[in-house]
Ligand binder design. Structure first.
Ligand code: AMP
Ligand code: ZN
Length: 303
């Protein structure tokens, strides 16, 4: 038993479920932790796998030019992660090594590459769908899962810098898309019910940056464009969003020029599952030993 374990994070690390790297929000995961994630992933598929979604897996890096066009930097410049690489000559290399050894800033010759880190699993998808031309009659439904990056270092284990997001994304007419979101709001309650987690659903907003961002956040709330399924993890007063249900209206359809079969601007929505957050919620509420979890929960995951 860990005597100095004051926080949930300490306990997770002491137990070996998460492995410290020296950076807040960046952890290794144990086999036991990964098994829970894999089982939860399979449970999601049991709920959504019958819908005929196209499965696509993108790497955690995305095309920088497309990311620049996506508008992410307008809304969340503080969260974005960009990948740089050395671009200098021999002399610049010698300078780098010298500065590194001296503990000085060595980044002078680091240049942006063509790759940035994906902030959400669905960001690389929209341009791909647009490129295919008009949507089929029934629109499209895509199943995604990716590591995502957000620069929000924190001691809260549920606020990671690198985490996985499983998503279903619906692209089609406003009716198709709103129906999809309503369906998943209903399914999510059944799904989390199977995991015996305390939760509530609430209207939410994204953390838009700056003063102008407050307006965007209010607008998103007023229009009820984002819902979250929240579970207390780090705090009872401020429960953690474990699932998100986003209706983007025609935002991405207009931006990327995605057209419906009837040649109207497509609407989009996505449901996002925070894989680590759900695993952490399970460890928080049912204990660090999965063998001791309630039989119904074990059945839902390993049954
Ligand atoms: P969002 O795009 O912010 O709605 O995020 C989608 C889902 O990803 C959320 O419902 C969370 O479960 C998860 N998520 C978002 N940010 C983080 C984070 N910093 N660490 C872990 N999971 C996160
Ligand atoms: Zn999404």
């Amino acid at each position: 038993m860990c005597n100095a374990c004051n926080t949930f994070l300490d306990k997770l690390i002491d137990r070996g479920l998460l492995i410290e790297t020296g950076v807040d929000g960046l952890y290794g995961r144990s086999g036991a932790f990964e098994d829970v994630i894999a089982r939860f992933d399979a449970l999601i598929t049991r709920f959504g796998g019958g819908d005929g979604a196209e499965i696509i897996r993108f790497p955690p890096g995305m095309n920088r030019a497309l990311f620049e066009k996506s508008g992410y930097l307008k809304s969340f410049p503080n969260l974005a992660g960009t990948i740089h690489a050395f671009s200098g000559n021999d002399a610049a290399h010698a300078r780098l090594v010298e500065r590194l050894a001296a503990g000085d800033d060595w980044t002078e010759d680091q240049r942006l590459t063509d790759v940035v880190l994906a902030p959400a699993a669905c960001y690389p998808l929209y341009p791909v769908i647009a490129k295919r031309g008009p949507l089929p009659e029934g629109g499209r439904l895509v199943d995604l899962n990716s590591y995502c990056f957000r620069h929000e270092p924190s001691k809260d284990p549920a606020r990671m810098q690198m985490f996985r997001m499983r998503e279903y994304v619906r692209i089609g007419t406003p009716e198709q898309v709103t129906e999809f979101r309503a369906l998943w709001l209903e399914r999510a309650e059944q799904l989390i019910g199977k995991l015996a987690l305390p939760y509530h659903l609430d209207v939410a907003n994204d953390p838009f940056f700056g003063r102008a961002g407050r307006l965007l956040a209010n607008n998103q709330r007023d229009q009820r464009l984002k819902f979250e399924l929240l579970v207390p993890i780090e705090s009872e007063e401020k429960p953690t969003a474990c699932l998100s249900f986003n209706y983007h209206q025609d935002h991405f359809g207009t931006l990327w020029g995605i057209r419906t079969a009837a040649d109207e601007t497509a609407h989009t929505a996505c449901v996002g599952f925070g894989m680590e957050r759900v695993a952490l919620a399970l460890f928080k509420h049912h204990g660090l030993d999965v063998e001791a979890w309630p039989a119904t929960v074990r059945e839902a995951l390993w049954g």
